[in-house]
Every structure is written in C-alpha cells, then in structure tokens.
Design a protein around this ligand. Structure first.
Ligand code: ADP
Ligand code: MG
Length: 246
C-alpha cells in the first residue's frame, strides 16, 4: 500500500441511463414526477467491484474494447468522476486528464490554456511563466498558439495537451488514447518523453488501442471486459491473450 500510486478496492461505477424511457416519451411527460424517478432509478453499471493496484513508478496499461470503462477509470483516478461504491486511494500529484480537449477552455487561446492548466495543477505564476515557452516550443503550434482552441484540429489539441502535461511535472500521468491522433513525428516525441518520465519514476497510466505502443512502454496491463477485469499481469502475457481473443 505504501508503494502504491493508485489503489482500487471493490470499486463499482454506474451511470444513470437516460436513453431508457419505458412506456414512451408521452407517458413520461404526462406522469412527470414518476417518470423522472424511474429514469433516475435506471442505471447502467460500467464495472462491478473492480480491484487493482498500481505501484509507484510503474507504467500501467489499460486495454479493452470501446465502452468497457477505460476512460471512466481514468476519470475516477483524476477525481473528475465519483465511484458509486468502493474505495479509491491515489498517492501523488495527478496530471490533468489527457483526453482529447479535456481540460481546455474552447474560448481561451492555447497560451491561456497552458497557464490555466498550470494554475489548476497548483503551480505558482512564476513556475508557470518559466515553462510557457518550453511548452509552446514542444507543441510546435507556432502561430496557432494565440488562437482560441476551438479552432484547433484534434491533432493540434493533442499536441497542446501532451505538451502541457509533459512540462508540469506530474507524479502520476494519465494518458487516454491520445497517441492515436498525433502525426508520426509527434507520436515519437511523446513516446520519448514518456520514456523519460519512466526513468524519473513517474507513474504512467496508459490507455491505448495500439498494442505496439502498449508493448513498448507498459510494465503491466489490465484487460477490461464489460463489467469486469478479464486479466491483469505482465504486458507480454496479457497482450498476447488479448490479441488471440480479438
Ligand atoms: N457521462 C456519462 N453518462 C452516462 N454514461 C456514460 C458516461 N460516460 C461514459 N458512459 C458509459 O459508460 C461506459 C464506459 O465508457 P468509457 O469509460 O468511456 O469506456 P472506454 O473509454 O473504455 O471506451 C459506456 O457504456 C459509456 O456509454
Ligand atoms: Mg475512452
């Protein structure tokens, strides 16, 4: 436990199921109070009593099909979602959640978003301003850095996101499928940077559909299936089983 960066102990997570309206929309509107109660009661459980532990300094992969709850797990670790049941312990400063565009304000420029994220991570103004230029350089966004991020392409958002995270010295780095949208050059830069983090004992939690990248950087992998974990263990064993299964 002392050496753990993240502990999930029998964690369940369910979402309200808004789409499931029994008896039709008309019935719902005419019986609104009961209707709303019944919608609130109907919940969809993403996973049930999920337990695992991620050690400090470990690079931990989470794989599995779309919708099995990989992003939900990262959201719970980041504290932007709350579990329905169970206990989650996180030891260390978490990076902003690296999902496409998450954590960015669309009306602010790239530069302003860098500063905002620094503030949210608890850095002082001086610390942030010292890093801003490095971040902009790393991102390669040049003239776009002062444009509002709503005009950014998905690749550009990824660049900005990873550049911010890579310079804010997280202790726990959360990465959700971002490598998939960057171009080859930037992907390479990200992987190099992650290798550096690894060397510096940063805990990395890496969600990806690229088994090549998972094999390249992860020490251990958890394979999620609907509602539960299918397998957890050393990367080569889990990835091999996953490939054979898919
Ligand atoms: N905010 C939400 N409200 C309702 N359901 C959600 C929400 N976020 C995710 N879900 C559902 O939870 C399940 C897991 O989603 P997610 O964690 O994004 O999976 P993954 O990242 O593995 O593709 C999906 O069925 C998805 O539809
Ligand atoms: Mg996801």
């Amino acid at each position: 436990m002392i050496n753990a960066a993240v502990v999930f102990d029998k964690v369940s997570k369910s979402y309200p199921m808004y789409h499931h309206i029994t008896g039709g929309i008309k019935n719902l509107i005419f019986h609104l109070p009961q209707g709303i109660r019944s919608i609130k009661r109907t919940r969809y459980e993403v996973f049930h009593e999920l337990s695992f532990e991620i050690k400090k300094g470990e690079t931990f992969g989470i794989i599995g099909r779309n919708g099995v709850g990989k992003s939900t797990i990262l959201g719970l670790i980041a504290g932007v979602l709350r579990q329905s049941q169970g206990t989650i312990v996180v030891n260390g400063r978490i990076s902003p959640l690296l999902e496409l565009g998450a954590g960015f304000h669309p009306d602010l420029s790239g530069r302003e978003n860098i500063i905002l994220n620094g503030v949210l991570m608890g850095l002082t103004r001086e610390e942030i301003f010292k890093r801003v230029n490095d971040i902009i350089m790393f991102s390669g966004l040049d003239q776009f850095i002062d444009q509002p991020v709503r005009v950014y392409s998905s690749g550009m958002l990824t660049r900005l996101g990873f550049s911010v995270v890579a310079h804010l010295e997280p202790e726990i780095l959360l990465i959700d499928e971002i490598l998939a949208v960057g171009d080859i050059d930037f992907q390479k830069k990200c992987l190099e940077r992650m290798a550096e983090f690894k060397k510096n004992n940063v805990t990395i939690i890496f969600v990806s559909h690229s088994m090549l990248n998972v094999e390249r950087i992860c020490d251990r992998v958890m394979w999620m299936e609907s509602c539960t974990q299918k397998m957890i263990g050393s990367t080569n064993i889990v990835v091999k089983a996953y490939k054979e299964h898919e």
